[in-house]
Design a protein around this ligand. Sequence first.
Ligand code: B3K
Ligand code: ZN
Length: 900
Amino acid sequence: MADTETPQVIRRADYAPPAFLIDTVALEFDLVPERTVVRNTMRIRRNPDAVRATHLELMGEALQFVEASIDGKPYANVHAHEHGLTVDNVPDSFELTLTGICNAAANTTLSGLYVSSGNFFTQCEAEGFRRITWFLDRPDVMATYTVTLRADKAAYPVLLSNGNLLEQGDLPDGRHFARWEDPFRKPSYLFALVAGKLVALEERVKSGSGKEKLLQVWVEPHDLDKTRHAMDSLIHSIRWDEERFGLELDLDRFMIVAVSDFNMGAMENKGLNIFNTKYVLANPETATDTDFSNIEAVVGHEYFHNWTGNRVTCRDWFQLSLKEGLTVFRDQEFSADMASGGSTVENQAARATKRIEDVRVLRQMQFAEDAGPMAHPVRPESYVEINNFYTMTVYEKGSEVVRMYQTLFGREGFRRGMDLYFKRHDGQAVTCDDFRHAMADANGRDLAQYERWYSQAGTPRITVDTHYDASQKRYTLTLTQGYGDAASAARETQKGPLLIPFAIGLIGEDGNDMPLRLEGEASASPQTTRVLEFTGKEQSFTFVDVAEKPLPSLLRNFSAPVVVEYDYTADELAFLLAHDSDPFNRWEAGQRLATRELLTLAEHAATGNALELDDTVVAAFGRVLNDETLSPAFRELALMLPSEAYLAEQMDESNPAAVHSARQFVRKRLASALKGDWLAVYERHQTPGAYEPTPEAGGHRALKNLALAYLAELDDPADAVRLAKAQYDAANNMTDRAAALSALLTAAASKGGAEAADALGDFYRRFENEPLVIDKWFALQAMQRGTKARPVIEIVRKLMAHPAFTLKNPNRARSLIFSFCSANPAQFHAADGSGYAFWAEQVIALDALNPQVAARLARALELWRRFTPALRDQMRAALEKVAAQAKSRDVREIVEKALA
Ligand code: B3K
Ligand code: ZN
């Protein structure tokens, strides 16, 4: 097999440096949708550090070969094939020019060069560049690029690529050109071009060293009024990276371009970030508070990649978390700092809100991934299709693995490690080990054991035993670590104990933190939270001078991505919820209390027993609801029950119907028992006046809308309907309007209601020309409560035929199909298997159009083995159907691993 043919499984252990290096690339594009001619001139030389090869193998896909020349002379000794191009008998150093043609108009994969709304865009990560031209399309081949774009001037007035604009001008026949140069060496996955009818919001800012920078946010003309927030987010990101990490923007110009057809969130191409419109466009009428904060986070994330990803990149794709885990950590810290008003630790509560949201995502999605057939270490050992490994594990667990360095060494120690990392590796393609070594060396530590965080899959479980010796005033915690009965994909990787930073506090009877003095220490430390370094399989820590029996506050601020098992009583959890000085653990106590109760109720529901709710839960939730000393944003998070998906995953056999009954029962009980309080909170947390997307105002809206959602659960939801209808009509922002519509849909499920239908109709008419809002319209309906008379699958199937629906636009497909299959478990897992049949049809249909999106949807069934037998059998049948028909490597890898 030629080396560019993709083997079945790619292994990390097989890494070998490239036989050739490419120093410079000059690309010329004649942009025509069906027939773009690409001329690619590369300066190539043998890699002195690799074994000598007789021929050069370049990767290429879906390309039509035209001609080749070496050092300016036509060269016939080339062979184009399905996976690339072989060039025989090459000298040691030469200039190779290849001309090929690609069909951007026919490209529905949205990888490589494609057309969206009549404009040209590219997406190259991970392996899309080879769909544009033949290349050593791997991240350890870094070159400088000059790019010339030529196109019809009327149809494509704007021509953009990476770096700085060198010149532009007119050509004969109504065409024009632009020439761009990126002065920094980069891997091919960071290449980008954009051409079309676009307009920009522009700002000029001065960077830390006083240099002027041009910032642009490019969109279609009708979207220019939705770019301010993205621009502000970019400016804040630039400032933040200078202040927190001393990292300055290295180009004179930085561009963001929005495109509505996009496979994921955004892409960090050097100097020319390309974004899904969903993470750029926002104004109060069209975007929710969540959209506003997501935009800030994603703009930050892509900008931060300029250093963590672009200046220092990955040696190979197994190192993906080197840039993704680190950059997620950076964007999480950025959002936390923005919410708490600067990079200080003062406003702990605002930071905690962000932390809670991040941990909720990690636990709900990454822990589930780690428990199934796709479980893999943060640095995977093998893959079939790399696009399947842009996962929660690589991103979110990867971020936790980076965060733990900061937990161990403090902010200053972490910064020292970052500084050393850039000093050693700027301009290089490196590995996760290089990052770990920089952290270790900058802090004078041996971090050999820490490597296991990168190589072991599965979620660690820590069991905690405590003993208080009243006569000696000694308190001993014994921690044991393991993985429980992990899925086989994870078990194979588990070799030994991890270095776990385990943050803890001890709480006295008065609810205050107690002083902490570990055995052997001269005196108690001023901090009442201590990070214990837990490295053994089992390890004990003894605190002395402990005046009374404490209540332990474990894993404060979620100091490691693990599950903690400790037998708290319901009263103890209620006490922690009321008193813990660590806001994360206050929230956590409420979640534990609710989870335990909900799981008991789900077992009862599964066996047909009557449901009854413990008063401790109602009382504890009531106290939080009415505690005006807590921020509204925090209260909203604390009063939200764990999701159905998370709860189902905690059961021995996942039973979505039973979980749904239990959760609904609790929601109704909390709604009715606290009805007066919900109504009062609803009134008290109105945000009159102009809309402001601040965390404070957003917190009020979140709590108010949660109150509305609870009220909509009442058997007689008349109050909720009245309030929701008034809120819908009067709303001056999308957060309130969408929440009102959602409450009307909920109320309609128990009572039926013309109000919901009217509001849905109005919503569609009002926002017909706003695709991102129409996505919300589809999603709200796909996620709604179903009834026996009207199961949601019927509504979804009907919406598939709606003129505004198309499978080709990933946002639209996600809004209807993914929302139903992944965010409406009770309806998707209907006992008759109708959800699974629908899923199989859609995965197969998407597979033919866009394998990356299809493979994401394919993952909705991967945990099938954990479900009740009746569902399990039907899920397997659906998976087998997809396995028999799917063509792409992407989908095949997912379903074959699920069935293995
Ligand atoms: N690096 C891109 C993701 C590319 C995904 C390719 N399937 C966006 C990001 O993480 O910033
Ligand atoms: Zn990223």
